[in-house]
Design a protein around this ligand. Structure first.
Ligand SMILES: [Zn+2]
Length: 256
């Protein structure tokens, strides 16, 4: 039996709550591929955010909303362009295609909250970033400030407030880790560009364990016998990986 080809950890569901009002988004995307995730804070409750996106007068939307309980809702189809990343027009945007190339996430927030964002939100957000990475390969890898961006990267705005993008990326990387595997007789061929998931057991230094899908990507020169690790493993703080009985050697080929 080969490794599973679908992600293992489906802890969260994305609830479809759309569509947004047609005034608040554009069908399709004028960009070849989604290659970024953009984060926002909502400045209002879950219900008010949904109502705003469905109002004919608001002119704003985002694809996703993460509630303070960790609930995830979707209001704009991933194939459509949300109106999320532009300012008031007083300053030119850093990237005029900010809306077209990104998936935009609102994090439920309003002034005065302590903490500003909950642990449940970060856990859901990490899962969501990993989910999007798996579904949009052009993102490549989650890096704060490069492929995981705050709204205020593009235009002057307070959004997304105190949201910690580094924390999101760090938590997501526990789900995104590709692994170096040693040579072993029970090898499998991995085509160039192919992505598979291994069911692995992560073991943290404090004894926690978690079954999780680890991504193995067919990258590098054809004929080499490795898959890359990203990011580099920190042995002091990162969990170790038990690959169990799964094949532990992947050969990258030109096939596929
Ligand atoms: Zn924003």
């Amino acid at each position: 039996m080969g490794p599973p080809t679908e992600p293992i950890d489906l802890t969260y569901l994305i609830e479809w709550l759309g569509p947004a009002h047609p005034n608040n988004y554009l069908p399709g995307r004028d960009w070849p591929a989604v290659d970024r995730i953009v984060n926002h804070h909502s400045y209002g409750s879950w219900d008010s955010v949904i109502a705003t996106f469905k109002s004919p007068r608001s002119q704003v939307s985002a694809h996703l909303l993460i509630g303070r309980s960790g609930r995830i809702g979707q209001i704009v189809d991933f194939g459509d362009t949300a109106f999320a990343g532009e300012g008031n027009g007083s300053v030119p945007p850093r990237d005029p295609n900010f809306n077209e190339r990104g998936i935009h996430i609102e994090w439920e927030w309003w002034p005065g909250l302590d903490p500003a964002f909950t642990g449940e939100q970060y856990a859901a957000g990490a899962w969501l970033h990993d989910y999007l990475l798996r579904n949009y390969p052009a993102i490549g890898v989650l890096v704060s400030g490069v492929t995981v961006l705050p709204h205020n990267w593009n235009v002057p705005t307070a959004c997304p407030g105190a949201l910690d993008l580094n924390r999101i990326v760090k938590e997501a990387r526990y789900m995104d880790r590709t692994v170096i595997v040693s040579q072993a007789p029970n090898s499998q061929v991995l085509a160039q560009g192919e992505v598979r998931f291994l069911l692995c057991t992560w073991r943290w230094p404090d004894g926690r364990t978690r079954e999780i899908g680890v991504k193995v990507v067919g990258r590098g020169q054809p004929g080499t016998d490795y898959v890359p690790v990203y990011p580099p493993v920190d042995p002091d703080s990162d969990p170790t990986i038990d690959l169990g009985a799964e094949p532990a050697h992947f050969l990258v080929t030109t096939a596929g």
